[in-house]
Design a protein around this ligand. Structure first.
Ligand SMILES: [Mg+2]
Length: 179
């Protein structure tokens, strides 16, 4: 159970993910969380360098945005990019991920999820047998109430992981915790 929260890898931001390595691992499809992974809660639209990165990645991967937020926020942020998206995904439940899979027509083994939360993005991705890439939140302080609750759980889970799997903690979570 505890292992389901451990990411495949950690990266400081979406710009620091080792996409080349993911490709070598057979990943063809990238599912990006939106809030605090690509944009902060105070931002409303994907633009600038972040848009350029997603567009570049979309040349070699299938890119999809998967968010637990409501349709208005997600469509407003993503629609102009032309990228497919899933709103109200209810991560870590499987239904949103399954919807995403259908949209991009990929196999589970080909998908990596990039997100800032252990309790929703990583846990959900691992439940689906996707590769989970944990990134540091864009702005940690602006986390919503519900997210703050998840962050508490996250700290609890990370402590458990540290005790039970010290090596995996060292490799994949330590930099996240100490950021
Ligand atoms: Mg997020």
């Amino acid at each position: 159970m505890l292992k389901k929260f451990i990411p495949f890898a950690y990266a400081k931001s979406i710009f620091d993910v080792d996409y080349e390595n993911l490709r070598k691992q057979g990943v063809t499809t990238l599912f990006f969380d939106l809030d605090n992974t690509i944009i902060s809660y105070d931002e409303h639209i994907i633009e600038g360098e972040r848009l350029k990165l997603l567009e570049a990645l979309n040349q070699t991967f299938k890119v999809l945005i998967i968010s637990n937020s409501k349709i208005k926020r997600v469509s407003n942020a993503v629609e102009h990019t032309g990228l497919p998206y899933v709103h109200f995904a209810t991560k870590p439940l499987k239904r949103g991920f399954k919807k995403g899979l259908k949209k991009v027509q990929s196999k589970r083994s080909e998908v990596a999820v990039i997100g800032d939360q252990l309790m929703t993005d990583c846990f959900g991705a691992n439940r689906m047998k996707f590769k989970a890439i944990l990134v540091y939140p864009v702005v940690k302080k602006s986390d919503h109430k519900y997210t703050r609750f998840n962050r508490k759980l996250e700290r609890f889970v990370i402590k458990k992981i540290m005790k039970k799997y010290p090596k995996l903690y060292e490799e994949r979570l330590k930099a996240y915790v100490e950021s």
